[in-house]
Structure formats: structure tokens, C-alpha cells
Design a protein around this ligand. Structure first.
Ligand SMILES: [Zn+2]
Length: 498
């Protein structure tokens, strides 16, 4: 939670969406024409997105993406490195004069995506997972392929208002409510591509990689690593079947087989001594921030702690926390949703105003004053009838200090309300202030390099990871190591320190 501005997820937007799920959908239509992609030679329906419009739409969405993903990662050396690597690849494309803007996002999520107008994004989470320059180049060449093939414009043309809204933001709690609440921010970038588009981006990516002197096989290897990481994250979140809904596996649905086929079909001459660039790459990411940035608040299992805003709370078992620019969300697979946010300055510390800001004209029932860990609070509830069935909404406004009110919004399908009530009540009373001492102990995690010595084992190195669970699995996923793979003396591996 970093409070960049009024956009994105908040209790208010979620509440209004629960009330009027489809009001926005009717008003959007697209007019379009046809254009030809210089990279693929195919013509496609553009949804009215000319090249100029692409550039301005990209610029506009670029700001939203920065807000939603914690801004650009503030390390000039890293951004310079990624930009020069990106430009090297883009220069080999069919449109070498097109302007590209490469951004490393300050986000722990593993993702990469592109916007119309040549905006290409790599998260620091993805950079941490890569082990060499060829792997990063593979991801970037693929994204550049989406841009030169103008896939975003094609999706824009085909997208209905519903799918754009539903695509949501970097939050994607998985529920329709939350996704719609998120609005359109970054939707174009985060919508998943079709299999055909993925194949085409791989074909083009292989072309750019080969021309720039890289080994394209790295693309398939890195995908295996991405899949393993995605699976581990889903397991840690307590839901191994459902992979993360907003990581790279979702925005770019691919399989290693298809990438290998793309490499064969691209018909590019194999590079003789392809660039791998392991040492140079690892030295670049030595010290890279890993996991949550404490400045934005951190998630520890079911706990959310914000050392700068000095607050903490815990969600019930079965809920998965997601931190976004404007709010913290959590979702349960029964459809229950929790949103935590801050009332606007306009509410001016007033509890009633903080509730009305969310509900508008809807009246809350059973409004009562409560005290949460010494903080004066106000709570009330409402039942809202939806097409999918009735939902119960509970709102709590908590007076943190004279000028600051935080809020919980709990939205449960009526049939789940009874079951969730006690857990959500505990969440309410878990909200508390963090002491300076507690806040000071929350330090950022970083990637460090470690040269394997005689006697080092994966278990031993992983044992020092600053996590309470899955230490070995995290070590293996981070380094792309198989479960039984032994470390070699002298080999450089990545470790996580705090
Ligand atoms: Zn893709």
C-alpha cells in the first residue's frame, strides 16, 4: 500500500461494483479499422488503434502501470542495463526505428508485459529469478515480439468492455468483484494473450535473440523455471492447483514444447558461440531487492505489516493477501473478499464520513461504535442482492489518529457469511499499531551471490533463508535447481539475505 492516487482498488470502488456490477459495461463500444503488422505481414482489426493512438494510449497506461506496480525500481545501473539490452534486441526487429521504453518495475511479482507504443516491463521479481543475460534477453525479445506484431492492438480490437474490465489490474484477487473494482488500469497489459499470439511472439523473439547473438534455447529453459516458481508460490499460498492469477504464466500462457517448436520453425541460423552472460548478469543483480519492499508494506503469510504507516493486521486462514498501490486485498475461494484501505483526506478523521465515502446513499444497518486495540471505530453492515446471489457486506472504519481513518470491507456470499463471521471478527480486532521497535525490525530482503564451497549443500544454504517455511524449495526455485540436484564446488548460486 503506497497511496499513489485515487485510481485502483479501494473499499469504495469495490462497494459500488458490488451494487452495480454491470453499469460500466454498457457504455463502451469500439470502432476499428484494419492495419498490417510489419513484423508478421498480417492485417488485423485494430479497434481504432492507429500507430499514433497506440503511442498515446501506451503513455497513458504507462502511468497507471507505474502506480499499480510500485513505480520503477530505483537503481540507475539496473535500468540502464535493461534498457541497453532491450535496445540491442529491438534494433534487430523489422521496425528498428520504433521507440521503446524499457522499465524495471519495483514489484516482487514475477511478470513481464508490453503495452502499445513500445512500453516493455520487467519486474524485479523476474530479474531475481533469471540466472543469465540470455534468459532475460529471451523474456524481453518475446515482449518486443508482442509489440512489433502489434498484439495489444489486436486484443484491443477484439476485446469487449467486459473482458477489459474483468482483466483488472496487478491485483486480480480472482473474483469478478475485485477485478472490476480494479477498473481498467493496466488491463491491456495484463490480459492474457492467445496461444497463437504467444507462438508468434516466440517466433519473433527467436529471430531477435539469434540476430543479437543469444542462444534462443534459453527461452524454453527459463520457462521451466518460471513454471516451477509459479507452482511453488501457489503451494505457499495454500492453493497448489491454482497458479498465481497475475504472474507471467497467466499473462503469457506458453509451454516449453511450443517454444521449442517456435525455435525450430523460426528458421534462424544458430549462433556459433552464443552469449549466455551468466557472470555479468549475476553481478548486476547482486544486492537486488527481493520480495516485498517494506516501503509498500509487507505480507508475511496471513499477516500484513506496514512499517512506514505503522500498522498491522491478520486475515483468517484460507485468505490470500495481495498488496496493491491503494489497498490491501485478500480473497477466499468461497468468494469472500477483504479490502483494507485508508479513508480519503476529505473524511478528515471522521468515522461516519469514512463509511459514507464507501456506501454513498446506501444505508448501513446495525451501526455501532466499537474499540479496536484502543482505537475508536464504527461498524455497520448491509445485504446486497446480486445476480449471482445475495452478499453480505460489513464495513469498519477505524480511527488510527486524529486525521487518519483506515477501513475494512468484508464482502461474503450470504451462504458463507456464517462460516466466515468469526474469522473476520478476529481480523477486525487484529488491526493494531506497530511500535517503532517492531517497524525497525522489518528489513528488506536482498539477493546475494554465494560461491559454493566444499561442504555446502542446498539444505545448508537454504537453512539461512529468512523464511519460516519452504526454505529449500525457495532456494531450488530461485536457482532453477531440481529437487535432487547437487551443488558443485566453485559454482555461484543466489541466496536471500535480510
Ligand atoms: Zn507473451
Amino acid at each position: 500500500m503506497i497511496f499513489f492516487g485515487p485510481s485502483g482498488l479501494s473499499a469504495g470502488t469495490l462497494f459500488r461494483r458490488i451494487l452495480a456490477a454491470s453499469a460500466l459495461l454498457a457504455s463502451m463500444t469500439f470502432l476499428g479499422g484494419c492495419e498490417t503488422s510489419p513484423a508478421t505481414g498480417e492485417s488485423f482489426f485494430t479497434g481504432g488503434l492507429t500507430k499514433d493512438k497506440e503511442a498515446s494510449l501506451g503513455a497513458q497506461e504507462h502511468k497507471k502501470i507505474l502506480q499499480q506496480f510500485g513505480g520503477a525500481y530505483a537503481d540507475p545501473e539496473i535500468s540502464q542495463y535493461v534498457t541497453s539490452l532491450g535496445n540491442l534486441l529491438a534494433k534487430t526487429s523489422e521496425t528498428p526505428d520504433q521507440k521503446f521504453t524499457f522499465t524495471v518495475l519495483d514489484s516482487p511479482v514475477v511478470n513481464a508485459f508490453a503495452l502499445p507504443g513500445g512500453y516493455v516491463y520487467i519486474t524485479r521479481g523476474l530479474m531475481a529469478l533469471a540466472d543469465d543475460e540470455a534468459e532475460l534477453a529471451g523474456v524481453m525479445a518475446h515482449e518486443i515480439g508482442h509489440v512489433t506484431a502489434r498484439h495489444a492492438s489486436q486484443r484491443y480490437g477484439r476485446a469487449t468492455a467486459t473482458s477489459i474490465l474483468a482483466a483488472g489490474v496487478g491485483i486480480l484477487l480472482g473474483s469478478q468483484e475485485a477485478a472490476s473494482a480494479a477498473g481498467q488500469v493496466g488491463a491491456l497489459a495484463l490480459q492474457s494473450y492467445s496461444r497463437d499470439q504467444e507462438f508468434q511472439a516466440d517466433l519473433l523473439g527467436v529471430r531477435y535473440l539469434s540476430r543479437a547473438g543469444f542462444e534462443p534455447e534459453g527461452m524454453a529453459d527459463f520457462l521451466t523455471k518460471l513454471q516451477a516458481d509459479s507452482r511453488l508460490n501457489a503451494t505457499i499460498a495454500g492453493n497448489p492447483e491454482a497458479a498465481d492469477s497475475f504472474d507471467i504464466m497467466q499473462t503469457h500462457p506458453r509451454t516449453t514444447d511450443r517454444i521449442k517448436r517456435a525455435i525450430d520453425q523460426a528458421g534462424e541460423k544458430r549462433v556459433k558461440d552464443p552469449v549466455v552472460g551468466r557472470q555479468v548478469y549475476l553481478s548486476k543483480i547482486d544486492g537486488l531487492l527481493y520480495g516485498d519492499d517494506p516501503k509498500q508494506g509487507i505480507i508475511q503469510g496471513r499477516k500484513f505489516l506496514h512499517p512506514e504507516l505503522r500498522l498491522a493486521f491478520e486475515v483468517p486462514k484460507g485468505f490470500r493477501l495481495v498488496n496493491t498501490a491503494n489497498a490491501v486485498g485478500a480473497q477466499h475461494k468461497d468468494g469472500s473478499v477483504i479490502i483494507f484501505d485508508r479513508a480519503s483526506k476529505k473524511a478528515n478523521g471522521n468515522l461516519q464520513a469514512a463509511l459514507t465515502e464507501v456506501t454513498g446513499k446506501v444505508r448501513l444497518e446495525n451501526v455501532e461504535r466499537i474499540t479496536i486495540n484502543g482505537m475508536e471505530s464504527l461498524t455497520g453492515q448491509a445485504r446486497v442482492n446480486r445476480k449471482q446471489g445475495p452478499r453480505d457486506v460489513r464495513l469498519i472504519a477505524m480511527g488510527y489518529d486524529q486525521n487518519t481513518v483506515y477501513r475494512f470491507l468484508f464482502s461474503t456470499p450470504a451462504k458463507a457469511t456464517g462460516q466466515q463471521a468469526e474469522g473476520l471478527r478476529r481480523t477486525t480486532y487484529s488491526f493494531r499499531k506497530l511500535s517503532a521497535g517492531e517497524a525497525g525490525k522489518i528489513k528488506p530482503k536482498r539477493i546475494r551471490l554465494h560461491k559454493v564451497r566444499a561442504g555446502d549443500t542446498a539444505a545448508k544454504l537454504a537453512g539461512r533463508f529468512p523464511y519460516e517455511d519452504y526454505q529449500l524449495e525457495r532456494f531450488q526455485a530461485l536457482n532453477g535447481l531440481g529437487a535432487k540436484q547437487k551443488l558443485k564446488s566453485g559454482q555461484t548460486v543466489k541466496i536471500i539475505t535480510q
